[in-house]
Design a protein around this ligand. Structure first.
Ligand code: B12
Length: 151
């Protein structure tokens, strides 16, 4: 089924005790500008708060941010919590996911093993995540969103 961006809801937040707010503010603006309905849960969001919001808003995607180096601990059991609430959404995580982040392949594998569909580092351009989500949700641009080619 091909979906329209306008009907897609993204739940976004910073997990755990992390208080870094700038990244998700930029992501909120970028996803909103791309036509998604964005529910920004803000900083210091618990696993349960993500799950509750995903259920309440019937989210198509859950986007988790973490900057302070404790993402792996904060995300233990996260997908079990989502599943127990019946959340069936694409899940991404991004930010500074490990202390130092010196072995990115290992970091990515760690978070994929925790259940995330995609893992993004702190150099990620929001447009990259938007393009990935459009692909994962099988969203095609509407007539008005398509670039116009002038003759
Ligand atoms: C500003 C800042 C702070 C401010 C935060 C103010 C605020 N309310 O936001 C203050 C001073 C409070 C702070 C505190 C701390 N900080 Co600080 N902080 C920074 C700093 C300098 C900039 C972060 C920032 O705003 N970047 C700008 C935004 C636009 O970029 P971003 O956050 O990376 O987000 C982008 C990408 O990461 C990506 N992204 C992020 N999340 C997601 C999610 C998805 C799904 C996707 C697709 C993409 C994505 O897209 C975003 C937009 O482009 C960074 C260093 C740095 N240069 O990154 C350290 C840094 C993040 N902090 C760090 C640390 C250690 C701390 C503290 C633990 C320090 C301490 N001992 O107290 C505390 C933690 C407090 C807490 N409870 O969170 C470390 C983390 C180390 C690690 N992970 O390995 C860093 C990397 C500094 C360092 N080099 O050591 N910090």
């Amino acid at each position: 089924m091909v979906l329209n961006t306008m009907s897609q809801t993204v739940v976004l937040g910073v997990i755990g005790s992390d208080a870094h707010v700038v990244g998700i503010t930029i992501l909120e603006q970028a996803f909103s500008a791309a036509g998604f309905d964005v529910v920004n849960l803000g900083v210091q969001t618990s696993q349960e708060e993500f799950a509750e919001a995903a259920v309440a808003h019937d989210a198509n995607a859950v986007l988790v941010s973490s900057l302070y180096g404790h993402a792996e601990q904060d995300c233990q059991g996260f997908h079990d919590v989502l599943e127990s609430r019946g959340v069936d959404a694409v899940s991404y995580i991004g930010g500074n996911l490990a202390v130092g982040q010196d072995d990115w392949d290992r970091t990515r594998e760690t978070f994929e093993a925790l259940g995330f569909d995609r893992v993004f580092d702190s150099e990620t351009d929001p447009e990259e995540a938007i393009a990935a989500l459009r692909t994962d949700l099988d969203i095609r641009p509407t007539e008005s969103e398509r670039p116009r080619i002038s003759s």
